[in-house]
Design a protein around this ligand. Structure first.
Ligand SMILES: C[S@@+](CC[C@H](N)C(=O)[O-])C[C@H]1O[C@@H](n2cnc3c(N)ncnc32)[C@H](O)[C@@H]1O
Length: 224
């Protein structure tokens, strides 16, 4: 008998110790994930080796405040592995504006978005806000950034300042080696936190993602 447990996070469950979300498109897989039927619902197991928010939750993240109907700006959305789970959480009423510079991931994401109806794929460089700001016609409830770029923190800050509703939260996945290949990750994380605080963000949560993602950290901030 499969047991489903609620977690403290809206729309995120545990099935036999594994994270899961309720499939918005029953019967459809996005990245080969396992589907589990319990009573009248179908769950998609959320692979913490392939998705950083899932790894962060496994590593003890306490703050991940998504809910039904939210608008999310996702920088570095890729082909939809993580976005599909966020899409499950925000349900049909929500929208993910998913920006990626790669035409291959965006092509894959278009297929995912057609089935789901709550993801808007945007082929653009998130350093150039002017190239996509006309496609995002509202302030968003949450910004998530996962671009593995040396300038990631600055890019994240600029996008939050342009698109995030005042008083809202945002999260950034930091790949230490992308920011500085020789500095110890601990130092890179400290500098990243300081940089965010200097710009007026409050650090709400911080976890490292080892062993799921080597030398990565996940930071949740609040914007004043
Ligand atoms: C680590 S992958 C993202 C994986 C995805 N977030 C997930 O969990 O499914 C990083 C992505 O960032 C994109 N990227 C890198 N630099 C970017 C930029 N300046 N603007 C937009 N996307 C960028 C890459 O094309 C790549 O798809």
């Amino acid at each position: 008998m499969v047991g489903v447990k609620e977690t403290k996070f809206f729309g995120i469950y545990k099935i036999d110790g594994k994270l899961a979300t309720i499939n918005l498109v029953p019967g459809e897989r996005v990245y080969g994930e396992e589907l589990v039927r319990v009573k009248d619902k179908e769950y998609r197991l959320w692979d913490c080796w392939r998705s950083k928010p899932a790894a962060a939750i496994k590593r003890g993240l306490k703050t991940f405040p998504l809910t039904k109907g939210w608008r999310i700006l996702y920088l570095g959305v890729g082909s939809g592995t993580t976005a599909s789970h966020l899409s499950d959480v925000i349900e049909k009423e929500g929208i993910i504006y998913g920006v990626d510079i790669g035409d291959r991931p965006i092509r894959d994401l278009i297929c995912v978005s057609k089935a789901r109806g709550n993801i808007v794929p945007i082929l653009a460089d998130c350093r150039k806000i002017e190239d996509y700001e006309n496609l995002i016609l509202e302030k968003v409830d949450f910004v998530y950034c996962d671009i593995a770029d040396p300038q990631e923190v600055e890019i994240f800050i600029r996008n939050c300042k342009r698109f995030l509703k005042p008083g809202s939260c945002a999260a950034v996945a930091i790949k230490s080696r992308s920011i500085n290949v020789i500095k110890p990750p601990k130092l890179v994380y400290q500098e990243t936190r300081r940089r965010l605080e200097e710009d007026g963000f409050k650090i709400l949560d911080f976890v490292t993602l080892d062993p799921y993602q080597k030398d990565h950290a996940f930071i949740v901030v609040g914007m004043k």
